[in-house]
Design a protein around this ligand. Structure first.
Ligand code: C6P
Length: 423
């Protein structure tokens, strides 16, 4: 079958073809490998991104040179590890423009960050009849923790609806904010559809009624500059592994005043000032929320990932990624039988689609044979699928190291899928 890659490339897209992507690709050793006899085309970045050499080296360096527990030892290695870990906390604080590094709590990832707020803030502040306002665009991680605490407290989960294109209904949002709303929890960027929500405006609307806001930033931090003070959010959660850092480490940003008012999430070592059988005095933030030996190497290497991102021109990366998305959208839309799922005008790095009469898992399997990695399924966002009346999509998600040629490979792969399934 002949492959028709659409010749209609806008001047804007053409301009971004000159972005020095090779320089960035050189920093990611895994991108040189082959899969199933083809050069790897990694388009599953929303699930997890690849890691640059500096991050990989930071992990090895910690274990080879100064592996030691932190906040506990007077010896040289422990001091060095503690300094590196706390240094990383400061770098991350600056990266998102937090006012104080104590506002950065290390957690396992976005999921744990949201559970922490639900279990700590929620347990303290929710009562029978209260409401938690989330949106139709949430990942399960920003649904289930709220359901759990709502069930326990007799509170209610209320959901802001979305349009068929995948935009939130802001009029409904305004109406749903009420005296009963104890917190708003919204995703910054949808992992299933790519919609970028107008969170600054949504935070201001909630604040005008005195309601705090948690933002799930898992899919935003890798792609755009996030400034928590400019957004004025109360909590912001993100994962290291989606922003070129290691797995098992992430961040909860919280306003100092709020974090100080919240009870600990877990008990154990490091989160205390003193313990007796009669009474325990808790440590100050951030340590109050960091019980037990943490992911030390991960915390340090996340700081290195942040340094790496800060060494790049993030504005041009953002423009480059959005031109890749525009190009991929145009190319895939031109394939007969393909429908794009999620058509917001404001999208980041995620392209969900379906192909008539072919299950997304079959698309994923055939593309894998061509060395192309995408994700297929419900993307841990089953309510979005239910809202759109589908069970699954195929999802290509882009990072700054992806290329226009890789988009072309995806399109060629889709023609292979069509070839295999044609009657
Ligand atoms: N989404 C995806 O393929 P963790 O697993 O804790 O690092 O991140 C959870 C999470 C929370 N919110 C959003 C918007 C997310 O996209 C994710 C993770 C991955 O889309 C894995 S399901």
């Amino acid at each position: 079958m002949t492959m028709a890659i659409s010749p209609t490339i806008s001047p804007e897209i053409e301009r971004h073809r000159t972005f020095d992507v090779d320089r960035i690709r050189n920093d990611f050793p895994i991108l040189d490998r082959s899969v199933n006899g083809h050069p790897l085309v990694y388009l599953d970045n929303a699930a997890t991104s690849q890691k640059p050499t500096t991050v990989i080296n930071a992990l090895t360096d910690y274990y080879q040179e100064y592996n030691s527990n932190i906040h506990r030892g007077v010896h040289h290695l422990s001091q060095k590890a503690t300094d590196a870990y706390e240094d990383s906390r400061s770098k991350i604080g600056q990266f998102i423009n937090a006012e104080k590094s104590q506002e950065i709590i290390f957690v396992r990832g976005t999921t744990e960050a949201i559970n922490l707020v639900a279990q700590s803030f929620g347990r303290k502040n929710f009562a029978m009849g209260d409401e938690v306002l989330i949106t139709a665009l949430e990942h399960h991680s920003n649904i289930v923790p709220w359901q759990m605490i709502c069930e326990e407290k007799g509170a209610k989960l209320v959901v802001v609806p979305m349009t068929d294109e995948g935009d939130l209904d802001l009029d409904a949002y305004r109406r749903l904010l009420s005296q009963k709303t104890k917190i708003v929890a919204i995703t910054h960027v949808s992992n299933a559809l790519g919609t970028i929500n107008p969170i600054k405006e949504m935070i201001a609307m909630a604040h005008s009624k005195g309601i705090p806001v948690l933002v799930d930033g898992a899919q935003a931090v890798p792609h755009m500059v996030v400034d928590v003070r400019d957004l004025e959010c109360d909590f912001y959660a993100f994962s290291g592994h989606k922003m070129y850092g290691p797995t098992g480490i992430g961040v909860l940003y919280g306003r100092k005043r709020l974090l100080e008012s919240m009870p600990p999430y877990q008990g154990g070592g490091d989160m205390i000032k003193s313990v007796s059988f009669e009474k325990t005095i808790y440590n100050d933030i951030p340590h109050k929320f960091e019980a037990g030996t943490p992911n030390i190497s991960g915390g340090i290497a996340l700081g290195v990932a942040v340094e790496y991102l800060c060494s790049l021109d993030r504005a041009s990366i953002g423009e480059y990624e959005s031109s890749l998305l525009d190009y991929a959208t145009a190319q895939l839309s031109s394939i007969h039988g393909v429908a794009i799922i999620g058509k917001s005008k404001n999208k980041a790095s995620v392209l969900s689609f379906v192909l008539e009469s072919v299950h997304p898992h079959d698309i994923g399997t055939i593309l894998d044979m061509e060395g192309i990695a995408i994700r297929t399924g419900h993307h841990c966002a089953q309510p979005i699928m239910a809202r759109l009346g589908i069970s699954a999509t195929a999802r290509a998600s882009f990072a700054m190291y992806n290329t226009f040629q890789e988009v072309d490979a995806l399109v060629r792969g889709m023609y292979k899928v069509i070839e295999v399934f044609k009657q």
